[in-house]
Write a protein that binds this ligand. Structure first.
Ligand code: SF4
Length: 633
C-alpha cells in the first residue's frame, strides 16, 4: 500500500531535511501522525542504518510497530523491527522486588532451562569451548528467527514471553513443587537488537546509566537516529532513578535476615553480628533515622520532598547500619531461593545507596540533591538527579555519530529543552508543526475560584466541587468529562464535597487502576446514555494515557482544568530543579503548560474530535495566553 502523507507531515519532513545540527526537536499535535513522520524521516531524510525509538510505555510501542508495518508495506523500508520489553514482562511475579528482578539472568532457572534446550542442539561436542560456541550460535539463530517474527507480533500482547516462546518452539514457565520448568525468552529478545534496523524500547534501554543495552549497537552504527518520543516525559527520570534510604526497609532487612538465619548457617559469616543482636540494633538505627527525617520534614505533606536538615548524623547512622548489614552479603544462599535473594539484594541496594550518600556528602555527585521524601509509609531519604540531563548527559557526547530527535505533542520551549534535557538544539532545529487536528469548540474561564496554595482550605475545595457539579449537571448526556486537578491531595479534598447526585458516574485516578478498565467502563456508561466524570491528576496516568474512543471518535467532550496545575511550589526537589535549570519560575510555568496541553490532548485524538475547555482558576485570566493549542484555535 502506498503511503499517503498529510500536508503537515510533508511540511515536517521538509523542515527536518533542512535541520542544521544533530539535535532536533519536533512538536506536532497528538493525532497528527508524529510517529509515522519520524519513521518516514528516518528512512528518507536521515538515511539511518539504525533507528532507536525510545518511549515510555508498552502501549506507545504498539503505535510504532503499527506505523513501521505500514511503512514496510509501502516499500519505504525493508529493515527488521526489534520490539523490547522490560524484564518484568518476562520474570514470574515472585522474581520481582521493588521493580527489579531478584535473580540475575545468568543464575535464573528459566535461563538455565533455555541454555539446556539450546545445548540439546549441540550433542556430540565434547570440548567445552566448542560447546559454548555452539550454544551461542543456537541462541543467535533463535534471535534471528524471533526478529523475523517481531513484525507480526503486536508488542502490546498480554503475555509477550509466551508469544516469543511459541515462535521459538519453547515452553512457557511453570512452577511445580518449587522447581521451575519452561524457558524465558528475554535474552533471545535482547539478541535481536544486533540484527535490527529499528529498535523500539523503553527510555531505560539507552538512557538509564546502569542499563544502556543499546549503547553498543548505537556506537557501532554508521548513522544512527535516536528518537525520544513524548520527550516531555523525560522530566520523570529524576524520580525514577533516585536512590532511597528508608527506615521501613531497614527494619524489613533485619527481620528478613533473622528469617534467613533460621534456614542458613549465619554463624560462619565473618564479622556478622548475630540476628538476635542485629535486629534491635538495626531497629534502633531505623528509629533514630526516622526521628531525624521527621525533623527535616516537619510541616511537609505526603508526596512532598523536604530539605535534609542534619545530614552528618544521618550519614553516621547509615554508616552504622551498613557495617552491621554488609557482612550478610557474604551469606551463600541457594541461587533458586527467591525469598533469600530478595533479602540479599535489598542489602546490596542499601550498600549502594550508602556509597552514593558518601559521594554526595563529599561533593563527588554532580547534579544530585538529597531530600527527605514524605511517603505514605513514612519518610525516606532520596538521592536524586536534579535534572533529567544528569541521568544521561554523558551519552550525548559519547554517541557523537548519532542524530537525536525529540518529539512531543506538547513540546516544552527550546530554552527548557536546552537547560533541563541538556540537548543543545540550534534555533532552526526547533520545529513546531501547527496541524489542525480536531476542534476546540469553546474555551471558558471561570474566575470565581483560585487554587493558590495560600488560599487552599475547605472553602476553596467546596467552591471547586460546586462549580464542577454545576458544569457536569448542565452538560449533555452520553459524554465523558475529564476533570484535571493540580495534585492528588487537591483532587481528594475536592472529591469530599463533589456530589454528582446521580447525574454522572465518577471514575477516579488511583481508585480504578487499569486504563483499559476505565475505557471499557466509560464506553459502557456512555453507550447507555449516561455521563462519566474522569477525575485525573495533572501529569498522572490518566492525562498521559487515557483514550476513550468509540466508533473512531473521542468520547471526552469536555476538559475541565480545576486549578492551574503548577508543580508543587513547596517541594524542595522541585524548587531545586527550577533553580538548577536557571529557569526559575518559568520552569514551574512550563510544567503547568505541558500538563494542561497533555490533558486537552486526551480529548482530541483525530480530525473529527471536538471538545469544550473549561478553565477554573482566576489566574487563567492571564495564564490562558500561555497555552499554545488554545492560541491556535
Ligand atoms: S532469565 Fe528471564 S525470568 Fe530469569 S531473571 Fe532473566 S528476565 Fe527474569
Amino acid at each position: 500500500m502506498p503511503i499517503e502523507l498529510r500536508p503537515w507531515q510533508v511540511e515536517a519532513l521538509g523542515r527536518l531535511s533542512r535541520a542544521r545540527g544533530r539535535f532536533i526537536a519536533l512538536g506536532m499535535p497528538t493525532g497528527s501522525g508524529k510517529t509515522l513522520t519520524a519513521l518516514y524521516a528516518a528512512y528518507t531524510v536521515f538515511n539511518s542504518d539504525l533507528t532507536i525509538y525510545l518511549l515510555r510505555t508498552i502501549n506507545e510501542e504498539g503505535v510504532v510497530w503499527h506505523e513501521y508495518n505500514a511503512l514496510r508495506g509501502g516499500g519505504i523500508t525493508n529493515s527488521d523491527i526489534s520490539t523490547l520489553h522490560g524484564k518484568r514482562h518476562f520474570c514470574p511475579r515472585e522474581f520481582i522486588d521493588e521493580g527489579e528482578p531478584v535473580v540475575k539472568c545468568g543464575n535464573c532457572p528459566l535461563y538455565k532451562n533455555l541454555i539446556n534446550d539450546a545445548s540439546a542442539h549441540c550433542t556430540g561436542i565434547l570440548n567445552s569451548d566448542e560447546k559454548r560456541e555452539c550454544i551461542d550460535e543456537v541462541l543467535d539463530g533463535w534471535s534471528i528467527k524471533l526478529l523475523k517474527s517481531m513484525r507480526s507480533i503486536d508488542p502490546t500482547t498480554a503475555d509477550i514471553n509466551e508469544a516469543y516462546l511459541t515462535v521459538l518452539g519453547l515452553k512457557p514457565p511453570s512452577e511445580v513443587n518449587g522447581k521451575w520448568a519452561g524457558d524465558c525468552s528475554y535474552t533471545v529478545m535482547i539478541g535481536t537488537v544486533k540484527y535490527a534496523g529499528l529498535v523500539v524500547g523503553n527510555y531505560n534501554y539507552l538512557l538509564h546509566p546502569g542499563v544502556k543495552v543499546l549503547k553498543g549497537i548505537a556506537e557501532a552504527a554508521r548513522n544512527p537516529l535516536i528518537i525520544i518520543d513524548e520527550a516531555h516525559n523525560l522530566d520523570g527520570l529524576p524520580d525514577a532513578y533516585s536512590r532511597r534510604i528508608s527506615p521501613v526497609r531497614l527494619r524489613e532487612m533485619a527481620s528478613g535476615i533473622t528469617e534467613l538465619c533460621r534456614r542458613y548457617n549465619c554463624g560462619r559469616i565473618e564479622g556478622a553480628v548475630r540476628p538476635d543482636t542485629l535486629t534491635p540494633l538495626i531497629n534502633g538505627i531505623a528509629n533514630k533515622l526516622e526521628e531525624l527525617y521527621n525533623r527535616s520534614a516537619s510541616g511537609f505533606k505526603v508526596g512532598e520532598n523536604a530539605p535534609v536538615v542534619d545530614i552528618e548524623n544521618i550519614t553516621r547512622l547509615v554508616d552504622e547500619a551498613a557495617v552491621l548489614l554488609a557482612p550478610y552479603l557474604e551469606l551463600e544462599v541457594n541461587e533458586a531461593d527467591v525469598k533469600a535473594l530478595r533479602v540479599i539484594n535489598r542489602i546490596g541496594r542499601f550498600i549502594d545507596s550508602k556509597v552514593m550518600l558518601d559521594n554526595y556528602v563529599a561533593g563527588r555527585l554532580r547534579g544530585y540533591g538529597a531530600y527527605i521524601h514524605v511517603g505514605k509509609k513514612g519518610p525516606s531519604m532520596w538521592l536524586m538527579p536534579k535534572l533529567p540531563k544528569y541521568v544521561y548527559g554523558e551519552l550525548l557526547n559519547e554517541l557523537h555519530n548519532a542524530t537525536w530527535l525529540l518529539m512531543s505533542g506538547t513540546l516544552p520551549s527550546i530554552e527548557y529543552i536546552r537547560r533541563v534535557y541538556g540537548f543543545p538544539i540550534h534555533d532552526d532545529d526547533y520545529i513546531i508543526i501547527n496541524a489542525r487536528i480536531g476542534r476546540i469548540n469553546s474555551v471558558r474561564i471561570i474566575d470565581t475560584a483560585s487554587s493558590r496554595y495560600s488560599e487552599r482550605g475547605d472553602e476553596t475545595f467546596r467552591n471547586y466541587a460546586g462549580i464542577i457539579a454545576n458544569i457536569v449537571g448542565g452538560s449533555p448526556t452520553g459524554i465523558v468529562l475529564l476533570v484535571v486537578y493540580p495534585s492528588y491531595e487537591f483532587m481528594n479534598s475536592v472529591l469530599k464535597y463533589l456530589n454528582l447526585n446521580g447525574v454522572a458516574v465518577a471514575l477516579t485516578e488511583g481508585v480504578v487502576k487499569s486504563l483499559k478498565a476505565v475505557r471499557d467502563e466509560a464506553v459502557r456508561i456512555v453507550e447507555g446514555g449516561g455521563r462519566v466524570v474522569l477525575n485525573a491528576v495533572a501529569g498522572g496516568r490518566f492525562t498521559e494515557g487515557v483514550e476513550i474512543r468509540h466508533n473512531g471518535e473521542s468520547l471526552i467532550k469536555a476538559v475541565i482544568i480545576a486549578g492551574v496545575p503548577y508543580p508543587n511550589f513547596r517541594d524542595t526537589a522541585l524548587q531545586d530543579r527550577a533553580r538548577e535549570s536557571g529557569l526559575g519560575e518559568a520552569w514551574f510555568e512550563q510544567r503547568a503548560v505541558v500538563n494542561i496541553m497533555q490533558a486537552i490532548g486526551r480529548s482530541i485524538r483525530s480530525r473529527n474530535d471536538t471538545v469544550d475547555i473549561i478553565l477554573i482558576d482566576e489566574r487563567f485570566r492571564w495564564f490562558a495566553r500561555r497555552l499554545p493549542l488554545l492560541k491556535a484555535n
